[in-house]
Design a protein around this ligand. Structure first.
Ligand SMILES: NC(=O)c1ccc[n+]([C@@H]2O[C@H](COP(=O)([O-])OP(=O)(O)OC[C@H]3O[C@@H](n4cnc5c(N)ncnc54)[C@H](OP(=O)(O)O)[C@@H]3O)[C@@H](O)[C@H]2O)c1
Length: 270
């Protein structure tokens, strides 16, 4: 097991969180990148009573159908307009596109980073391949002046839309989050609480590898057991995209994060 820096793990420290908990500071969630993850989160957010501003690379007019489906709480905008519309912004674009996120408009914002590194012949990042940085540190480096919080990267949109539960439910799923700014992490924890999830603080962005691809906390626990007769990778992926999911409690998240061993970065389909 990889040695942890001195001192207890963040999840073992008394946080006093229950006394500090407040409501989400913004009633609007802005979303840059409205594909599978962004549209799934938009649905959950609207159902939970938030307004959403959705954006993509092709322009607001291409999001008309989604906005109609989401109803009056949703509107479409450009990424820059979306960034300016809320203090809470989900950046659900491919990691390779993180340098196109609107840096100036995101200054001072809490940016939720669900992006996973998946090296391709077209895009690889040497600092990730060498484990010098985590992918969220790379994103934070681009987004100078924003507070990046890694979250929502290790659960699929289908599971997210099935596993939400009210606060205090015995089978409430917990999600890991990491970040360098305590206030931003609290804001994201409050958002996830509103959306129906507990959270476990894994520490700073440098420690976010503990929940990235190739660790025990990444995706699989939330999916449950695939049918035994699925062997081909594309069949497993197809199953994972529609599996309802299985609850993962806070204690299990802590246990899996602590058991993580840092290996090669990046999700590889092979
Ligand atoms: N799929 C999953 O199960 C899953 C789970 C957890 C985390 N993630 C991570 O979440 C991120 C999104 O995944 P996804 O599956 O939702 O991807 P996706 O379905 O391919 O959607 C990507 C979205 O990003 C938009 N986009 C791309 N470049 C952009 C730019 N420069 N500016 C604004 N928007 C841009 C795309 O816009 P257009 O539609 O206009 O091209 C699209 O709306 C990825 O980093 C992925 O690693 C995925």
């Amino acid at each position: 097991m990889q040695a942890r820096p001195s001192g207890p793990a963040p999840w073992d420290r008394p946080s006093g969180r229950s006394e500090r908990r407040t409501r989400v500071s913004s009633t609007t969630l802005s979303i840059i990148g409205t594909g599978r993850v962004g549209s799934g989160l938009a649905r959950r957010a609207v159902d939970a009573g938030l307004d959403v501003v959705v954006s993509n690379s092709r322009g607001p007019e291409t999001l008309a159908r989604l906005v109609a489906e989401l109803g009056p709480r949703a509107r479409a905008a450009t990424p820059a307009e979306a960034a300016g519309a809320s203090d809470l912004v989900l950046a659900s674009v491919p990691l390779a596109a993180h340098t196109q996120l609107p840096r100036a408009e995101l200054v001072g914002k809490t940016v939720i980073d669900p992006m996973n590194y998946a090296p391709t012949p077209d895009w690889q990042a040497q600092e990730l391949d060498s484990n010098e940085l985590t992918s969220s540190q790379l994103v934070q480096r681009h987004l100078t002046g924003a507070q990046v919080v890694k979250a929502l990267h290790n659960i699929g949109p289908t599971q997210l839309l099935n596993l939400f539960r009210p606060s205090g439910a015995a089978d409430r799923t917990a999600l890991p989050l990491s970040g360098d700014d305590p206030d931003a992490k609290k804001e994201v924890a409050d958002l996830l609480d509103l959306l129906g999830f507990d959270t476990v603080d894994l520490g700073p962005l440098a420690e976010s590898w503990r929940s990235e691809p190739n660790t025990p906390l990444y995706a699989l626990p939330y999916l449950g057991q695939p049918p035994a007769d699925l062997t081909a990778l594309q069949d497993v992926v197809a199953w994972a995209q529609q599996a309802p999911g299985t609850p993962v409690l806070r204690a299990q998240v802590k246990e899996l994060a602590d058991a993580a061993v840092r290996g090669p970065a990046g999700f590889r389909m092979q």
